[in-house]
Design a protein around this ligand. Structure first.
Ligand SMILES: [Cu+2]
Length: 574
């Protein structure tokens, strides 16, 4: 039975009851058809529209023959409503209905998805739009949700089995023997061999930008050929709520012919910044405002970060109008800098002000006769690109931009706008309004993002989830997390239940997010006001990384009702 989501009854003006069924559904991308999992009979599920201040009651009925769950991504709520089996609640058994109840304490763009098995990559996701109590600090005439996904012909479980058997199973961009001979003729035999040996020792390949290729990019459930279209009238301001619900894929989003003004990130308003292109990590959301002045069509285009696929949709003043779809650019190749081998990369990637050397430089153990010194030799750096021919600095000067500290200096992944214009950086994000008083962190917790590509194990501090102790936080403290990415992949780290304040050098205006993307060879700091009691999940949001171990349980000890010490400090409650 399928019941549409919506307010069925209201016990007071501020209580909404919503019904969601979890169903097996058909998914058609234009490239292939498959069975998947959806909500209320479709994937994506409904757009849930809440109001800030509302008390919601959401009845979730499991029509599958396996357990399910819904996690409300980015929502601040009591931990037993967060929807992570074995951490927050027992899960929802087949045939069972579970009722979530929580107050809506925020506004903006969020999403929801299953936290059970591979149901989310199989289609179990939907969007959440929360209307604010007060007026927005920006104006718009019309809005659309733009939900991105990477639909794959294989089921999530099958993809995981294949990756475990052969980690490069879905990597079609691996370098071939022909590339080797091309590199030999360009860079000489010994340089090429030592470069290849370095990559081999690291158990990585220079084209490992994307673990899982061969997907079809969807926007609001429609493939590039199916072309989801949003209509507008010339001169209108359109708010586009971008949500990346992909299992594994980052997208570089642009709308050729239109500037985009970014007004919010991960649901929270930011000081507006106008860009030509932005990268959206897995699980992130960005709201942008565009203002097409002409009656015509514009393509919403997002090339995957590894350029193995794309999403495409259209904004048009009339139905069936289309605009040119850009070609995919050449896939980027990782450089030694993305493995933390470029010394500039280490300095720039480390945002710390204490001048200490980032952990990666200290911890990195070189094996097999590879000397650190030879790895730092620029003549041997890079894959096919000689340092002298086009340095990173020179490229940046050409683009008129400064190096981005959120990428290792010389990184093959540093994004550049297709039209040569402005590409959004994490540095540009400034909170519209600080949520917390700016204060010193009480302590720092180092989290090294680690992995073994050969066995497809992803971990934190070298330990995978099943072998790891939970991270314990104290209610009322402010914790500084230090993420050191020792892998060659970008990891979108997602903390449930509490905000992550990204230290991007903007002090009290540092932006507040729920998902923080950490690029290879970089160190990124976030701070969290520990203001939510209970047990929470903390993990990489790439589905197959989370499942293979890049995941932690966080236990917040104490709380406003429990700890006498906190009560005296924060004022006793009666
Ligand atoms: Cu990851």
């Amino acid at each position: 039975m399928v019941i549409g989501a919506g307010i069925l009854t209201t016990s007071s003006a501020l209580a909404g009851v919503y019904n969601i069924s979890v169903d097996e559904v058909g998914i058609s991308t234009g490239d292939f058809e498959k069975r998947g999992i959806g909500y209320n009979g479709s994937s994506p599920g409904p757009v849930l529209r809440f109001k800030e201040g509302e008390e919601v009651e959401i009845n979730v009925t499991n029509n599958l023959d396996e357990e399910t769950s819904i996690h409300w991504h980015g929502l601040i709520l009591p931990y037993d409503q967060d929807g992570v089996p074995k951490i927050s609640f027992p899960g929802i058994k087949p045939g069972e209905t579970f009722t979530y109840r929580f107050p809506i304490q925020q506004s903006g763009t969020y999403w929801f998805h299953s936290h059970s098995g591979f149901q989310e990559p199989d289609g179990a996701y939907g969007a959440i739009v929360i209307e604010p109590k007060k007026r927005e600090p920006f104006r718009y005439d019309r809005e659309y949700v733009v939900q991105l996904t990477d639909a794959h012909p294989h089921s999530g479980a099958r993809i995981m089995r294949n990756l475990k058997m052969m980690p490069d199973y879905y990597n079609r961009q691996q370098q071939t023997l022909m590339d080797f001979f091309n590199d030999v003729s360009r860079n000489g035999f010994s340089n090429t061999v030592s470069d290849r040996m370095a990559w081999g020792q690291m158990r990585m390949m220079p084209a490992d930008v994307e673990d899982v290729q061969g997907f079809t990019g969807l926007i609001n459930g429609k493939g590039p050929e199916q072309n989801w279209t949003g209509l507008f009238k010339a001169g209108e301001r359109i708010r586009l709520r971008f949500i990346n619900s992909s299992a594994m894929t980052y997208f570089d989003m642009r709308i050729p012919g239109l500037k985009m003004t970014v007004v919010s990130a991960d649901g929270l308003n930011v000081q507006p910044v106008t860009v030509d292109e932005f990268r959206i990590g897995v699980a992130e959301t960005y709201d942008v405002i565009v203002r097409p002045k002409e009656d015509k069509a514009y393509t919403i285009f997002g090339a995957s970060m590894g350029r193995s696929g794309y999403v495409r949709a259209t904004l048009a003043s009339k139905a069936d109008m289309t605009a040119e779809v850009p070609e995919l650019e050449k896939p980027p190749l990782l450089t030694m800098a993305d493995m933390g081998m470029g010394h500039e990369g280490m300095e720039h990637g480390d945002m710390s002000s204490d001048g200490s050397e980032p952990a990666m430089a200290k911890d990195h153990q070189m094996k097999g006769g590879m000397k650190h010194g030879s790895m730092m030799d620029h003549s041997q750096m890079g894959t096919g690109m000689k340092h002298g021919e086009m340095s990173h600095e020179a490229m940046m000067k050409m683009g008129g931009a400064k190096p981005d500290p959120f990428y290792a200096n010389g990184s093959g992944l540093t994004p550049v706008a297709a039209n040569g214009g402005k590409f959004l950086s994490y540095q540009d994000l400034k909170a519209q309004k600080p949520l917390y008083p700016h204060r010193e962190a009480t302590r720092e917790i180092e989290l090294r993002l680690t992995g073994n590509m050969e066995r497809y194990i992803w971990s934190i501090n070298g330990v995978k989830y099943e072998d790891a102790e939970p991270i314990k936080l104290q209610y009322g403290e402010r914790v500084r997390f230090k993420f050191v990415n020792e892998t060659m992949m970008t990891h979108p780290m997602h903390l449930h239940g509490m905000w992550s304040i990204l230290d991007n050098g903007n002090g009290k205006w540092n932006p507040i997010k729920h998902t923080i993307s950490v690029a290879p060879g970089t160190t990124v700091y976030t701070e969290t006001e520990v203001d939510a009691e209970g047990q929470w999940a903390f993990h990489c949001h790439l589905s197959y990384h989370a499942d293979s171990g890049m995941f932690r349980k966080i236990i917040v000890e104490g709380g406003p009702d429990k700890t006498a010490g906190n009560q005296t400090e924060k004022g006793a409650r009666s």
